[in-house]
Design a protein around this ligand. Structure first.
Ligand code: ADP
Ligand code: MG
Length: 365
C-alpha cells in the first residue's frame, strides 16, 4: 500500500501581526517519508504544521502537494489526515463509528465503509474493540483509534503534532514504534512535530531542526547526530563537547586546530570549510567518542586534561574534565573500564578524526 504524496513548502513565511513565527522556510518531504520537525518550544513547529494543514494562511510563499499548488485551498479541501495530542475521539460514538466518521462525511458507499473500517481496525490491532466506547479504552488504544480515523480516508499526507505528549514515557516509546510500523506499512507521507529529540531520532527518516522560525538543518537522524551543521543543532541533539581553537592549517580534507592551551588536534573538514585558515572554530565531539588514552600513539588526537567531577550514570561514568585554560570536556566511560577515574586525576583524552567535526564558533542561542 502506498497512499502518500510528496510535499513542498516553498519560501514560507508567517507573521502573527508583526511577529515572524515562520521565516522563509523551504522544505521538501518525499512520498512515503516520515519527517519530524524538531525544535524547542516556540520555534514555530506548530505554526508550520498549521500552514501545511490550511488552518493558518501564509503571509508569503507557497505549498505544493505533489506538483499541485494548494496554497489557497481551505483545510477541508486539502483532505489531510491529522492527529494531535488533544484531537479527541467523539465520546458518544463507538470505536467503529469514530473510524467511520471521515468516510460518512465523504459519502463513501456503505459496504465499502465497513470493509475499510475493519481493515483499519486490524491495522491498529483493535479489530475486537469496534463496539466499545472511547472511555472503555486505555490512552494508547484511544490514540490508535485516532490514528485509524486520521488515515481511513486515504489522505495524501498525515500530520502529527505531539500526538503522544499526554502519554507516560513507557507507553510513549511503545506507541512511537507502533505508529512508525503502521506508517511504513501504509506508506503514508507523514510530518510529525515534537520537542522530544529521542522521539525524533526513533521515528524519522529525516529530521528538520527548527529554531526561531527558521530551519537549521534537515538530515537523517544519523547525520544530524554525527555531522551537526552548526552550534544550535550540535547542542540541541544529544550531549556534545565544543572545543575552542584556531585553524592553523588545512591539508587535503583535514584541518589542524590549535586549542587555546596550544595543544594540536586534527579534524576532517567539509568542502565548504576549506578556507577556514586562521579562523576560530569549534571541534565538536560526543562524550561517548572520547576515551582515556594510555599514550599519544593510541588515538589520532589526544589532549591533556584534569578530572574535576565524576557522575555514575549506570552503564557509564561521566567524567568532567578541564584543560589548563579551563576548556571543559566531558567523557563517557563504560563502567566496566572506569576504575581509577577520580577527581583531580590528570588524564590523556583520546579520539579519532572520524568521530569529530568542525563547526563555526558563532554565539550559542
Ligand atoms: P512551537 O509549536 O514550536 O512551540 P508555535 O508555532 O506554536 O511554536 O509558536 C511560534 C511562535 O508564534 C511563538 O512565539 C508563539 O507564541 C507565536 N504564536 C503562535 N500562534 C500564534 C497566534 N495565533 N497569534 C500570535 N502569536 C502566535
Ligand atoms: Mg507546538
Amino acid at each position: 500500500m502506498s497512499i502518500g504524496d510528496s510535499l513542498s513548502v516553498v519560501n514560507a513565511t508567517k507573521y502573527y501581526k508583526k511577529y515572524k513565527a515562520v521565516d522563509s522556510v523551504n522544505l521538501s518531504v518525499n512520498k512515503s517519508e516520515f519527517l519530524t520537525i524538531l525544535g524547542p518550544s516556540g520555534s514555530g513547529k506548530t505554526s508550520l504544521l498549521k500552514l501545511i494543514a490550511g488552518f493558518e494562511e501564509l503571509s508569503s510563499g507557497s505549498i505544493l502537494l505533489n506538483t499541485q499548488d494548494i496554497t489557497l485551498k481551505k483545510a477541508y479541501e486539502r483532505n489531510i489526515g491529522m492527529l494531535f495530542q488533544n484531537y479527541a475521539l467523539f465520546p458518544h460514538m463507538t470505536v467503529f463509528e469514530n473510524v467511520c466518521y471521515p468516510l460518512r462525511i465523504r459519502k463513501v458507499p456503505k459496504d465499502e465503509v465497513k470493509k475499510r473500517v475493519e481493515e483499519m481496525l486490524r491495522l491498529v490491532h483493535l479489530e475486537h474493540f469496534g463496539e466499545r466506547y472511547p472511555k472503555q479504552l486505555s490512552g494508547g488504544q484511544q490514540q490508535r483509534v485516532a490514528l485509524a480515523r486520521a488515515i481511513v480516508f486515504n489522505p495524501p499526507l498525515l500530520l502529527l503534532d505531539e500526538p503522544l505528549g499526554a502519554l507516560d514515557k513507557n507507553l510513549r516509546q511503545k506507541m512511537q514504534i507502533e505508529i512508525k510500523h503502521i506508517q511504513e506499512k501504509v506508506g503514508i507521507t507523514t510530518i510529525s512535530v515534537t520537542h522530544d529529540q529521542e522521539e525524533a531520532l526513533t521515528m524519522s527518516d529525516r529530521i528538520c531542526v527548527m529554531n526561531r522560525g527558521r530551519i537549521e538543518q534537515v538530515d537523517t537522524p544519523e547525520n544530524l547526530y554525527k555531522r551537526p551543521k552548526n552550534r544550535f543543532v550540535a547542542e540541541f541533539i544529544g550531549e556534545i563537547n565544543l572545543i575552542k581553537g584556531n585553524v592553523v592549517g588545512i591539508e587535503a580534507s583535514k584541518a589542524k586546530l590549535k586549542t587555546l592551551d596550544s595543544q594540536m588536534v586534527t579534524v576532517e573538514v567539509e568542502n565548504h570549510q576549506k578556507d577556514m585558515k586562521n579562523t576560530p572554530m569549534l571541534l565538536a565531539v560526543r562524550p561517548e567518542n572520547i576515551q582515556i588514552a594510555r599514550d599519544e600513539s593510541e588515538f589520532q588526537n589526544t589532549l591533556k586534561a584534569r578530572v574535576f567531577e565524576t557522575v555514575y550514570v549506570g552503564e557509564a561514568v561521566k567524567a568532567k574534565t578541564q584543560t589548563i585554560t579551563g576548556q571543559e570536556i566531558t567523557v563517557k566511560i563504560p563502567s566496566a573500564i572506569s576504575d581509577g577515574i577520580s577527581c583531580g586525576k590528570e588524564v590523556l583524552l583520546g579520539w579519532n578524526d572520524k568521530d569529530a567535526s568542525l563547526i563555526a564558533d558563532e554565539a550559542s542561542v
